[in-house]
Design a protein. Structure first.
Length: 398
């Protein structure tokens, strides 16, 4: 039984990694055109590594994304590079923790190496669930990612000076936090050109921005204060947004009327959604959770799907009255405070499918799997840099 439990846990761990990939501008999908995509979906665990800046040897972006100061940015995360649907959690395996965004003013976003100073413009961290005694049942930024099909919104500061910037999106999974190297950082940099007449140029901190080699505590521990295992690189324009549970409706050529012109992967319904509801030909509007309906190819799933999060709170997303982990800075512009999000009504989601795969049946003529072949499979999936670690973990737990 111990062997089975170990294999299931490791399988879930291998399937739970994720990557920020796409970017949206005021509801318009820019896809990955300005993203420096990492080569794998594995986290960064070495806090002294330069990989903490923009990940490990990311691919060059196709170009830069143009934004105006004050525009709404949406970052999008998924576990795999080839899928954007909502039937799989954006980041699975109970990887609860904060989601943050930083900017760095650079001469040329296409050539900047990420060693410049970064200042924080967004954080979605932790809020206490009054009905919970364990930290993993509290409200977390990564849970909001899962509720919203991998998407979270924030605003480019309205008074920000024009120029090129690196946008650094980061999720920190705290399920194994405590010892050094326990917290897992998922980082992607996007290349932006910002226009506007502002003069704001906040002082930042050179990346890596983590000040402590260990997170305060694992997510599963009982908590009474916020868990944010990183330094606020600048308080100049940092702000806290809790539980964004409703995406803005797509605009421009992405949306359409109710009769049917919403494109694939765009939102077509959900609690408090007010945009177009009709999908383009060959697509149907599928419900992934009470807050998010999406246009997908017909027949891609049977009926509505349960919410992606395995531990989704029965009350839905918390209101903005929930305690925050960091107050907006008094030095920041008052018009940078995010608009209040509508509070959903009580919804009790169904349980999501387990992230651990079921064991294959060994029928006539089928390959029979042993512990060694399964270890080999995990090593192959994880890649060379994680293979030795996986084997050591298995051998230590057996």
């Amino acid at each position: 039984m111990k062997t089975v439990a170990t294999i299931a846990a490791l399988a879930a761990m291998a399937n739970a990694h994720a990557t920020f990939q796409q970017l949206w501008k005021n509801g318009k999908d820019l896809e990955s055109t300005c993203a420096r995509l990492p080569s794998t979906n594995s986290p960064i665990e070495d806090y002294t590594s330069k990989a903490l800046q923009c990940n490990v040897s990311p691919a060059a972006a196709k170009g830069k994304c143009a934004f105006a100061a004050g525009d709404t940015v949406t970052i999008e995360m998924h576990q795999q590079f080839t899928s954007r649907d909502c039937k799989t959690e954006a980041i699975g395996g109970a990887h609860w923790g904060p989601v943050l965004a930083y900017l760095s003013k650079v001469e040329d976003a296409a050539t900047a190496d990420g060693s410049s100073e970064f200042f924080k413009i967004y954080e979605n961290t932790w809020a206490k669930n009054p009905a919970a005694s364990q930290g993993d049942n509290d409200f977390w930024g990564t849970k909001d990612l899962n509720y919203n099909c991998g998407k979270l919104d924030f605003t480019i500061p309205k008074d920000l000076a024009a120029g090129d910037y690196l946008l650094r999106a980061e999720a920190i999974a705290l399920h194994a936090a405590g010892p050094a190297g326990g917290a897992q950082h998922y980082v992607t940099c996007y290349q932006l050109t910002v226009t506007g007449s502002g003069t704001l140029a906040p002082k930042g901190t050179p990346a890596p921005v983590v000040s402590s080699p260990a997170a305060p505590f694992p997510v599963s521990n009982s908590t009474s204060s916020a868990a944010l295992p990183i330094a606020t690189s600048s308080s100049a324009i940092a702000s806290t947004t809790l539980a964004t549970a409703v995406r803005p409706s797509p605009t421009g050529d992405a949306s359409g009327d109710a009769s049917g012109s919403v494109k694939e992967f765009y939102q077509c319904g959900g609690m408090n959604y007010k945009g177009a509801t009709g999908c383009a030909e060959g697509l149907e509007c599928k419900q992934w959770n009470p807050y998010y309906f999406q246009c997908v190819k017909s027949g891609s799933s049977n009926g509505s799907q349960p919410p992606p999060s395995n531990n989704a709170p029965s009350t839905g997303a918390p209101s903005n009255n929930a305690p925050s982990t960091g107050a907006p800075s008094n030095n920041g512009p008052s018009n940078n405070t995010p608009a209040p999000k509508p509070e959903p009504t009580n919804v009790t989601p169904e349980a999501a499918p387990s992230a651990a795969p079921s064991a294959p049946a060994a029928g006539a003529g089928e390959k029979k799997y042993t512990l060694e072949t399964f270890i080999a499979f995990l090593e192959e999936e994880a890649g060379a840099e994680k293979a030795a670690k996986i084997r050591r973990m298995i051998e230590a737990l057996l």
